[in-house]
Ligand binder design. Sequence first.
Ligand code: HEM
Length: 370
Amino acid sequence: MQEPGERSSTMETNYWRYLKTEELLALQTGLNEDESGVGNDEMLFIVVHQIYELWFKLILRELTLARNALNTALPHDHRVAPVVRSIRRAIVVFEQANQHFRLIETMTTRDFLDFRDALVPASGFQSAQMREIEILLGLEDHERISLGKRCFRDALKEADGTPSSADRRVQARIAQGPSFKHCLYEWLSRLPIAGASEAASVDGFIGDYLRAIRDENRKRLRTFVERGASPDGVESLRARLRADESDTEAYLRAEDDPEADAATRAQRRAIRAALLYVESYRERAELGWPRELVEAVLDFEQAFVIWRQRHARMVERIIGRRVGTGGSSGVDYLDATALRYRVFSELWAIRSLLLRKAAVPALDPVLEDR
Ligand code: HEM
């Protein structure tokens, strides 16, 4: 079998053969398969899209590697290092890719309108690799914004409804196994809290954290009174803090979703406790890699959200509030995806509950010694 990097032919290697430059440069022929009929603005449009698809390819590779490694990594295991490295690379790719929208913006509305109508119904909505990234990350079908009766898979079919290469690609991705989110949450739910991995330690830790939140709120209220707040002001703060405490308790004890079964609730409790633990005791040696991982995943999702927002602003600038060639409402749809497509919602939600360092509960010394 051929090893990576091993040469399969005796032909001399050179730049153009290795990178297939002639094949690559012959791919910008537009709808009429004739590059001479493609103007400079359309050439820019095609090239930037093609470059994006290559960036998406790299991101998919890194996320696949990260998912597979995480699927086998144990808590605290240094094998998390390659997961973090892959995600960090994917973040840099996204950040680079975000710059390309500036390049598209060198094209004016009038320039784009010259060739836009000929593209209907083609749209970025049909980018199979974008859907693969979302699926691999763990965006679920029911979380997608509906475009009338059409689901995103319908847009990947040929005009007569038969499967296309894009649809097959997405199908293969779905068949390839669990999402990154699934593996990350499984991994977090196994993370021992202060050395103990039983459910009792999770519940005990959550109880301690809730008490620390209540203590902190009492201090806040006292300071408010000492600063001369009006009785109405104090009452309204007290009511708000009580409501927050009750929401926080329901969330940490995973009682916020009445539909969830007991096993799902137990897993959510463990994930939420693990995130609180990682974020609150960051200096502990055994939390070095978990902390890096959580931070990298958050950075990645942030870069993705910024991609969505940046794309929407570029679209607004170029086509205004027109409907998209793919049949969506256009900018409103894109803004809605930026707002609602959060795969790692647990990682974001926990941040509203974190306490300052001096207020976090001391860890149980019995568990600490294990
Ligand atoms: C003049 C430039 C562009 C315009 C006017 C534009 C416009 C739009 C619009 C209106 C949509 C919503 C779907 C629809 O109804 O068509 C969309 C979706 C999309 N576009 Fe663009 N786009 C442009 C450039 C790009 C580029 C350079 C990329 C890079 C790959 C891209 C990738 C996507 C993707 C992935 C979606 C699907 C988003 C989702 O469903 O979450 N677009 N685009």
